[in-house]
Design a protein around this ligand. Structure first.
Ligand code: MET
Ligand SMILES: [Zn+2]
Ligand SMILES: [Zn+2]
Length: 408
């Protein structure tokens, strides 16, 4: 792929790099700068702009392009504005400089997850507006905080607000994941995040003695049971080429806590796990399984949930779903091959689907290594621009889906 010199850079790429330089990085994102950025975009594009403060300091910015038929439900284009932290020493370039190399790769935190998508939405709307188009359905773009830490001060609150209901969303697009091949991945459901902390209590004492019934011994048993389950799920995935990552349950041991000194056996220790539960799992039985692993480890082993999503939803990917029909038709017309999958991670789509709005997770990024949350997250400018083209075709189709039976 070739790229133009800095002087001839495509203005959409320049805008993308400008947004990448705003430090909306967890755990202290500069949300104020992001909101100001989107307000300015609204002003320049002549779009409506609404700010909804869902919690103190947490603003959802909504940019609106009204449709010609207000009786119809709207299209919601969602993106989150926060990005995950970086290990700066592992990056080839400053992750908040949006450096572009001589080949056209833009290095930045958020280049894939998901600042690209926010700008691609905006640039597609800008193009369509400049060309003088109008569509029956209203298009809303929502720019939300807090997704990377769970969405509890972001989309989870927003979907409960009257301002959200007033948008009358009929269908939503949200983030997906890049695909290294020529194909594009589209997500129609998600695994449910369950964040579980197991706390083990036992007999304390001197570090030189063979103390029985220690917190560590019992915690070890639970860790072993859970890691054995992990291995089983991994084998299931490996042995069946038809299964994709999102179709099995994953778990990682992500934290171990406890202890005060080398020679003191602690009375309490804990282990934290990030489970991602597949949508077809019997949640009640699965929770009982977790409880029984704790019980089998001995007395005084308990678990608590820091996150426990219980409402997985599936957006149909057949022609019974008029939104899917419109989406997939455009992809077919553009010769894009789609790989429908279950999202292995969690996104704000889960809150949107849970209030009854069908949603697809789609980041129009193909021929791109998956680098979200990784060092040297980057995106080629040509792939970014192709994504703008794709939305420029998708939006007219989605915003022109004829009245649904429920709308007539
Ligand atoms: C479980 S909260 C969502 C945070 C992030 N998107 C993840 O999947 O880890
Ligand atoms: Zn994301
Ligand atoms: Zn992310």
């Amino acid at each position: 792929m070739t790229s133009k010199g800095p002087k001839e850079e495509h203005p959409s790429v320049t805008l993308f790099r400008q947004y990448l330089r705003i430090r909306t990085v967890q755990p202290k994102p500069d949300y104020g700068a992001a909101v100001a950025f989107f307000e300015e975009r609204a002003r320049q594009l002549g779009l409506g702009c609404q700010k909804v403060e869902v919690a103190p300091g947490y603003v959802v910015t909504v940019l609106t392009w009204p449709g010609t038929n207000p009786a119809l439900s709207s299209i919601l284009l969602n993106s989150h504005t926060d990005v995950v932290p970086v290990f700066k020493e592992h990056w080839s370039h400053d992750p908040f400089e949006a450096f572009k190399d001589s080949e056209g790769y833009i290095y930045a935190r958020g280049a894939q997850d998901m600042k690209c998508v926010s700008i691609q939405y905006l640039e597609a709307v800008r193009r369509l507006k400049v060309e003088g188009h109008r569509f029956p359905r209203t298009i809303h773009m929502t720019f939300v905080p807090d997704e990377e830490v769970g969405g509890h001060q972001g989309m989870e609150l927003f979907v409960q607000r009257p301002e959200f209901h007033a948008l009358r969303a009929g269908f939503a697009l949200d983030e997906g994941i890049a695909n290294p091949t020529d194909a594009f991945t589209v997500f129609y459901s998600e695994r449910s995040p369950w964040w579980v902390r197991v706390t083990s209590t036992g007999r304390p004492g001197h570090g030189s003695l063979f103390i029985e019934d220690t917190a560590a011994e019992k915690l070890h048993k639970v860790v072993s049971s859970i890691l054995a389950f992990r291995e089983k799920e991994w084998q299931r995935l490996q042995s069946n080429p038809h299964l994709k990552e999102g179709a099995v349950t994953s778990v990682n041991l992500t934290k171990l806590e406890g202890g005060v000194a080398y020679n003191v056996v602690p009375a309490t220790m804990s282990a934290s796990f990030d489970f991602r539960v597949a949508p077809d799992v019997d949640f009640k039985a699965f929770e009982e399984q977790l409880q029984s692993w704790c019980q089998a480890a001995g007395e005084g082993v308990t678990l608590e949930f820091a996150q426990k999503w219980m409402h997985p939803q599936v957006t149909p990917t057949d022609d019974s779903n008029p939104w899917w029909a419109a989406f997939s038709r455009v992809c077919k017309d553009m010769n894009l091959s789609l790989e429908p999958e279950i999202m292995p991670a969690a996104t704000d789509s889960r809150f949107i689907r849970a209030v009854g709005v069908p949603a697809l997770g789609f980041s129009p990024l193909n021929r791109t290594p998956v680098l979200l949350h990784d060092h040297d997250e980057r995106l080629h400018e040509a792939v970014f621009l192709r994504g703008v083209d794709i939305y420029t075709r998708l939006l007219p189709a989605l915003a022109s889906v004829p009245a649904l039976p429920s709308e007539s």
